[in-house]
Write a protein that binds this ligand. Structure first.
Ligand SMILES: Cc1cc2nc3c(=O)[nH]c(=O)nc-3n(C[C@H](O)[C@H](O)[C@H](O)COP(=O)(O)OP(=O)(O)OC[C@H]3O[C@@H](n4cnc5c(N)ncnc54)[C@H](O)[C@@H]3O)c2cc1C
Length: 238
């Protein structure tokens, strides 16, 4: 429910159990449009599976989803990586958050089980909105010795964001529409690698790019593809 009348959000808020107030403890601009946000609170009783997200009420009438990039339940610490892309209410809300701010948050949710312990290899695709997802995948994949590669389409100003966030095994591409071109996607070196059909493809970020990627991957025989568009041109929230 990305948009709803204020009375409806207020009514839902009464019934959904919320986290007690959490405090913004640090913010860091990785680039002009990618912001890392640290929060402190009591998260001991919660679980944070890979790719879980939180619905933030970003105004009286709007809610937006953001992925938990890191969670440390022992020390009461959460991290988000947000794309502050413009004048959307989510982007503005995130842009304005500063140390000392207190916010009320919903509990984390997952719609899809992105992570599969039995998979040998993961291909994770997305854009700036998927950097947090990659950060949530990385420690688990390394700990369990699973093969992985991240592919990002990024604005040129964000080319260094994966490195600055400590990501590994990634390839970046300019966000120039290439991921709308199925013939171009089909030529990616990953489709020449052995057994790529057996990899788990997790396709996120811009909905049209992710859809094109999935169409090509499936056409080439990929057996497990998980599609989750995070945003779509001209559409508020997803
Ligand atoms: C499960 C899930 C997890 C997500 N996790 C994250 C995350 O960790 N970090 C993150 O930054 N985003 C994440 N997103 C995406 C984020 O919720 C959307 O980008 C959302 O639309 C932003 O809301 P907004 O109010 O800023 O813009 P909206 O009001 O929703 O949209 C206003 C306009 O901006 C455009 N727009 C929206 N997002 C972008 C963008 N990223 N770049 C360019 N134009 C855009 C829309 O198409 C629309 O035209 C996630 C989405 C989902 C569904």
């Amino acid at each position: 429910m990305p948009s709803a009348p204020k009375w409806l959000f207020d009514a839902v808020d009464l019934f959904i159990s919320k986290l007690p107030y959490v405090v913004i403890t640090n913010v860091e601009f990785i680039s002009q449009t990618v912001k890392k946000i640290h929060l402190n609170g009591d998260f001991k009783d919660l679980s944070f599976p890979v790719g879980c997200y939180i619905d933030f009420r970003v105004s009286d009438t709007e809610a937006r989803r953001y992925t938990v990039a890191k969670a440390d339940r022992e020390n009461g610490f959460l991290e988000f990586i947000v794309h502050v892309h413009g004048a959307g209410s989510g982007s503005q809300f995130m842009q304005e958050l500063k140390p000392g701010d207190k916010i009320k948050m919903n509990k984390p949710r997952t719609e899809r089980n992105y992570y599969d312990r039995s998979a040998n290899r993961f291909i994770v695709f997305g854009d700036e909105t998927s950097l947090a997802l990659a950060c949530s995948f990385l420690p688990v994949l390394k700990q369990n010795n699973q093969d992985f590669h991240f592919y990002f389409e990024l604005d040129d100003q964000n080319k260094n964001a994966p490195e600055l966030l400590g990501l590994e095994n990634y390839t970046t591409f300019s966000k120039n529409g290439s991921f709308r071109n199925e013939e171009w996607i089909a030529e990616l070196p990953l489709f020449q690698t052995a057994d790529f059909q057996k990899a788990n493809f997790v396709l996120t970020g811009n909905a049209k790019s992710a859809q094109s990627f999935r169409k090509v991957a499936k056409g080439k025989g990929a057996q497990k593809t998980y599609l989750h568009g995070y945003w779509l041109e001209g559409k508020k929230g997803l």
